[in-house]
Ligand binder design. Structure first.
Ligand code: CP3
Length: 399
């Protein structure tokens, strides 16, 4: 299957196989970065290191159960079915853009969708998270899994391409009304976070099964994470080719790792996943040669320097490290993204507004800042508080 903006894509599986799909300039020139001017959106400008007059804001988990209109649409069917229903997924993606006035949409999907696409049996259990019917418990389980061709993500990814196409069309309409280009952010899970679910079979507190495997069987660990890098990298590249103007790699649970293990056993796989997006060649008219990449994890204060060594444009910071301190830790001038503690969405208005301004002031220490929460929107957050945060961010000006 060819994505509508199909470009130069190379899929390398354990360095055995290589396919190069040649770029089509005509198809690429329909990419929203060109056709809908999202290259000049507040978000893309800030990710690339520019400081637009108004700081862009979006929220992790902005779509979802905090919105009554989401709960109304999601009353039937499973979460995975919803993600793979293009009309539904695109509508859910748009809901927070319309309601909160955020500066970007994030694709409604899940980090386990590429694993579902290649045939792994997974369910997303409400209040818990992804649960796999057949966890990868042994070296033999891993050896069997890595035989699955990551190219299946593309071959079976038509619903993803369709949903992204519908969303970018709706965003273009919304941009007209707003007078601001509105980009779509694509996303995927990093290999470590996906491996943590796969070897455990489901969510866990300390990701001990994955941390054990790194040391028990480094070869199996490497095979698993390098394979996951291809699977998740193809999922991310597919969204970018189909019309996403930026992409975020979530290594949500990397904060469970010691820095040395992160550098040795985890980062090389993240690097490989990101490379899949770097290989998407944009047309010269886009005015930018690469789609901006954001990398985020929870509790990664001790890993910020190591994570920022990846080929990324922006680093997402959780609420535990102030952005000016994060800027000192990252050792190079990246855009910072974050990091209001989601708990502040429940605070009285003056307390919340002061906290938002503090985050903006701390963000001024970096070359540019994308406002976000320090992790996802809690399901019981008041949607009006989220809209009020967006207005406070938009009114603020760099001193
Ligand atoms: O607005 C958005 O942010 C878009 C969509 C989005 C979802 N999942 C939808 C979703 C994104 C970016 C994700 C990524 C994701 N999924 C991550 C990385 C982000 C993070 O939080 O660190 C992770 C770790 C997952 C795995 C996962 N999926 C978890 C832990 C859960 C929560 C389980 C629960 O019910 O509390 C999910 C389910 C999920 N993903 C929901 C949504 C809207 C809720 C399920 C539902 O509404 O039925």
């Amino acid at each position: 299957m060819r994505a509508p903006f199909g470009s130069r894509v190379s899929i390398t599986i354990n360095s055995i196989e290589e396919h190069i799909i040649p770029a089509s300039d005509a198809a690429l020139s329909r990419h929203p970065l060109v056709a809908h001017s999202t290259a000049s959106s507040r978000l893309v400008r800030a990710l690339r290191g520019d400081r637009p007059e108004v700081t862009p804001a979006w929220f992790m988990r902005q779509a979802g159960r905090s919105l009554p209109e989401y709960r109304a649409l999601r009353s039937r069917g499973t979460m995975i079915e919803a993600c793979l229903d293009p009309a539904l997924a695109s509508e859910i993606t748009m809901q927070p853009v319309r309601r909160h006035g955020v500066d970007a949409a994030i694709f409604f999907s899940d980090i386990v969708i590429p694993l579902a696409l290649i045939g792994l049996e997974v369910e997303i259990v409400a209040g818990r998270g992804p649960v796999f019917s057949h966890p990868l418990r042994t070296a033999a389980d891993i050896a069997a899994a890595v035989e699955i061709d990551p190219a299946l993500v593309r071959e079976r990814g038509e619903a993803v391409v369709d949903a992204v196409g519908r969303t970018t069309a709706m965003l273009a309409e919304e941009s007209e009304a707003r007078g601001e280009p509105l980009p779509l952010i694509g996303f995927a899970g990093a290999p470590f976070t996906l491996a943590a679910y796969l070897v455990e079979g489901g969510p866990s507190k300390d990701h001990l099964a994955a941390r054990r495997l790194i040391h028990d069987d480094p070869a199996a660990w490497r095979d698993l994470t390098m394979w996951l890098a291809e699977v998740t990298g193809q999922f991310l590249a597919l969204q970018v080719e189909a019309g996403a103007s930026a992409a975020q790699l979530f290594d949500s649970w990397a904060g469970a790792l010691a820095p040395d293990d992160y550098r040795r056993a985890v980062r090389p796989a993240s690097e490989r996943a990101l490379r899949a997006v770097r290989e998407v060649a944009l047309p010269a008219e886009a005015g930018i040669e690469r789609v901006p990449l954001i990398h985020f994890g929870v509790g990664t204060g001790e890993l910020l320097a190591d994570m920022s060594a990846l080929d990324i444009d922006a680093i997402g910071v959780d609420y535990r490290v102030p952005l000016d301190e994060a800027r000192r830790r990252i050792e190079r001038d990246l855009t910072v993204q974050g990091n209001l503690d989601p708990a502040l969405l429940f605070a009285p208005e003056p307390v919340r507004t002061a906290a938002v301004r503090r985050v903006l002031e701390q963000g001024a220490a970096a070359r540019a800042h994308v406002f976000n929460l320090g992790h996802g929107v809690p399901m019981d957050a008041d949607p009006d508080a989220i809209g009020a945060v967006v207005r406070t961010v938009h009114e603020w000006r760099m001193p």
